[in-house]
Design a binder for this molecule. Structure first.
Ligand code: AMP
Length: 282
């Protein structure tokens, strides 16, 4: 695997590979990789002649009080994991090169970005869509791989790619979980053993809600209330939101119908975790 920090060099490599008619798959990450990321990488390596992964902890998607400085980093370990899986290039740009002095252009999706995670993290998705657009321009991929774990992010990126006519196929990959159901996340590392136990309330509540819908419950507010109560009953958990939304513009549903996402965000101790499940409801 080749480590590339120079953005122009990355663009030259991608252009040369594309001229050779090679398809480029791209997996953007913030590093500290786990099997959730590696699944995306494995799919890209299987589907494309060339795979580029990026490792970039993007400051513009973190709020002022958030964990940008503490976010876990281990580039050497990440490079080993990516090399083992046959990744060709790892883009690892400097923050100063991505956001040089005078930087003033942002990409903003105007629907679905002020709800769920967008409500408690006001500029988060603006940072995400901006950096993903920039990374797309650096890597020029044919396909880009994203996890369903960050369901709102995935839907917003799909919207951006469609609205801006970006010639890139967005590939969604299922959420990878621990054996007991907890979604893998780089932030799970922050959890104490007691918090790790308590964190399961998120997945269990999503599953319970899925079951109730499958059994015929269609009252969105009743389901939401039950989710809120379940999270509040866990002493180590502090609810951010529990919502059932349509997957087009992420509006909250009073009546459960169509392609939906059940989504929860909660602080477990001081660690903010998110998870979701997708359902098609007749
Ligand atoms: P991050 O490094 O957290 O920005 O995540 C990079 C990519 O990996 C995003 O597309 C995430 O949705 C995806 N990802 C993170 N955790 C998981 C997981 N447990 N299962 C599937 N995809 C994941």
């Amino acid at each position: 695997v080749k480590l590339i920090s120079n953005i122009t060099k990355m663009q030259e490599i991608s252009e040369a590979r594309a001229l050779e008619k090679k398809r480029i798959g791209f997996v953007p990450t913030m590093g500290y990789l786990h099997q959730g990321h590696l699944q995306l990488v494995e799919k890209s390596v299987a589907d494309n002649e060339i795979t580029v992964a990026s490792v970039f902890v993007n400051p513009t998607q973190f709020g002022p009080e958030e964990d940008y400085d503490e976010y876990p980093r281990d580039l050497d370990r990440d490079l080993d994991l990516l090399q083992e899986r046959g990744v060709d290039y790892v883009l690892y740009p400097d923050v100063e090169d991505v956001y040089p002095e005078g930087f003033a252009t942002y990409v903003q999706v105007e629907k679905g970005t002020d709800v769920l995670c967008g409500r408690s993290r006001p500029n988060h998705f603006k940072g995400v869509t901006t950096v993903v657009s920039k990374l797309f321009n650096m890597v020029k991929p044919h396909r880009a791989y994203f996890g369903q774990k960050d369901g709102q992010q995935l839907l917003i990126i799909r919207r951006m790619v469609q609205d801006l006519n970006m010639d890139i196929e967005v590939v969604a990959c299922p959420t990878v979980r621990e054996e007991d159901g907890l979604a893998l996340s780089s932030r799970n590392k922050y959890l104490s053993p007691e918090e790790r136990e308590a964190a399961l309330i998120i997945y269990n509540t999503l599953q319970k809600t899925r079951e109730r819908i499958e059994e015929g419950e269609r009252d969105g507010w009743a389901l939401k209330k039950a989710m809120e109560e379940a999270i509040k009953a866990e002493p180590l958990a502090n609810l951010d939101y529990a919502s059932i939304v349509s997957r087009d513009y992420l509006q909250e549903l009073s009546r459960i119908e169509g392609p939906i996402m059940i989504a929860i965000a909660a602080f477990i101790g001081s660690t903010r975790l998110i998870d979701n499940v997708w359902l098609e409801v007749e």
